[in-house]
Design a protein around this ligand. Structure first.
Ligand code: SF4
Ligand code: SF4
Length: 425
């Protein structure tokens, strides 16, 4: 795809779109062309991201578009009310730069990028309203800033202590209020039947993700970590039925590739679990560097992939309030984001992923300015050291200038894992 580079009397939004298209196409082309044995059915996702971010195509003109500031807003409830969730976590450096006028210099690029996009009011699918859970401090403040630009932002109370019964009750009430509010705003009634259907549909999407992950547990790999991030990032905004159909095709192709022994990595390529601040398209700087250095990401503990799909809603009684409570419990209990006071679950999950996916090491990325991920690195590093798992901690942002220094550290880490593998044999 060619990008229009004409500079004649561009509006600020045209300029923003052109820069974003350049960021997007660079990553899409890298994913398409730079790795061995690319999966043909991934073309659905490459085209989707190109349509949305290079051609500004709208996907949801006919529906109420519900913007969500974090994964803690249950998509099951949004789908049940015949609306579409659009996750607003943003990975564009162009938007990050615009957003830096409104946020402190040392703040999270993901949040700055979200704020930047709202400040310019430039969307392919503009959300009709936004729900903002009070998760990390920066997300919380970003909701209030976005409101000042004239967007409707509704706070959703979110507790910061995970293990307590009070938090559980608090979030259950919060989710019931969210459901009532969205029902009023959408003009649609929440029924047992539509809620049951949407819970089943999201659970089916999650089951497809798990099936893909089974392929990543094998010694010979048929799908890369970057392709997996693209697939899970598409779930932020794609039509769920189209997403399901496309993932089913990728799964079929994975099966054939396994039979034909068409693998994406070398036998010696170190297997890596990725954790920390979430890779969000097109900010795949660190995941791309890992796989370009001959590492392969076999699993992740991030909110842009594994955390979205890992745990399913477990319903005991199919009555509306019981279903809503089960949804709320799933979102709170399964979350391993470092926003909580204690977060032993996150350490447990990383170790479990290393074992299940037979990983050689862990890469921990923290966005510069994200105090919670930065603060939690010490406990994670200590736990990995105790478990004998090599780990690399990286601080990064969205700027393109950091590449050289990062790639040196990542290459050295991947090489050290290779050496460790050889000596283990
Ligand atoms: S990092 Fe945490 S607070 Fe931020 S979007 Fe992900 S789950 Fe939400
Ligand atoms: S990376 Fe950190 S600051 Fe950014 S959204 Fe996640 S928790 Fe919040």
């Amino acid at each position: 795809m060619s990008i229009n580079v004409s500079h004649e009397i561009e509006t600020p939004n045209q300029k923003q779109n052109r820069h974003k298209a350049m960021e997007a196409i660079k990553v899409i082309n890298t994913l398409k062309d730079d790795f061995k044995n690319p999966i043909i059915s991934m073309n659905y996702f490459y085209t989707l991201f190109e349509d949305v971010y290079c051609k500004n195509k709208s996907l949801h003109n006919d529906k109420l578009k519900v913007g969500t500031m974090c994964l803690q807003i249950p998509s099951e409830i949004i789908y049940a009310l015949d609306a579409v969730p659009i996750r607003l976590c943003n990975g564009f450096y162009t938007d990050d730069e615009i957003g830096s006028d409104f946020m402190p210099q040392k703040s999270c690029p993901l949040v700055r990028a979200t704020v930047g996009q709202f400040s310019s009011n430039n969307f392919n699918d503009k959300p009709n309203l936004v729900y903002s859970p009070t998760t990390c401090d920066q997300k919380t403040k970003a909701g209030a800033i976005i409101q000042t630009f004239g967007h409707e932002v509704i706070d959703v109370d979110f507790p910061r202590v995970k293990e307590s019964e009070i938090s559980r009750e608090y979030f259950r009430r919060s989710i019931r209020n969210f459901a009532i509010d969205l029902s009023k705003k959408s003009g649609n009634k929440l029924t047992k039947s539509n809620l049951r259907k949407s819970v089943s549909k999201v659970a089916y999407a999650q089951s497809l993700y798990h099936k893909l992950c089974y392929y990543r547990q094998e010694n010979d790999l048929v799908i890369s970590g970057n392709d997996m991030f693209l697939i899970t990032n598409a779930f932020f905004f794609d039509k769920i039925d189209s997403w399901i159909e496309a993932v089913e095709k990728v799964l079929n192709e994975c099966k054939t590739r396994k039979e034909e022994k068409l693998f994406i990595a070398n036998k010696i390529s170190p297997r890596i679990v990725y954790t920390g601040s979430p890779p969000i398209f097109p900010n795949y700087k660190v995941p791309l560097l890992i796989e370009q250095s001959d590492g392969v990401i076999v699993a992740d503990e991030t909110c842009s992939a594994n955390r979205m799909f890992n745990d399913r809603v477990a319903v005991d009684e199919w009555f509306i309030n019981d279903i809503l409570d089960s949804i709320s419990d799933k979102y709170l209990k399964a979350c391993t984001c470092p926003i909580f006071t204690k977060n032993d679950d996150r350490i447990r999950r990383i170790i479990e992923l290393v074992k299940t996916y037979n990983a050689d090491g862990v890469v921990y990325q923290s966005f510069a300015g994200c105090t919670v991920y930065e603060a939690e690195q010490r406990s994670v590093l200590e736990a990995m050291e105790k478990a004998g798992i090599p780990i690399l901690y990286i601080e990064s942002d969205y700027s393109p200038s950091q590449g050289g220094q990062l790639s040196t550290r990542i290459e050295a880490f991947v090489e050290s894992l290779k050496t460790r593998r050889r000596t283990k044999k």
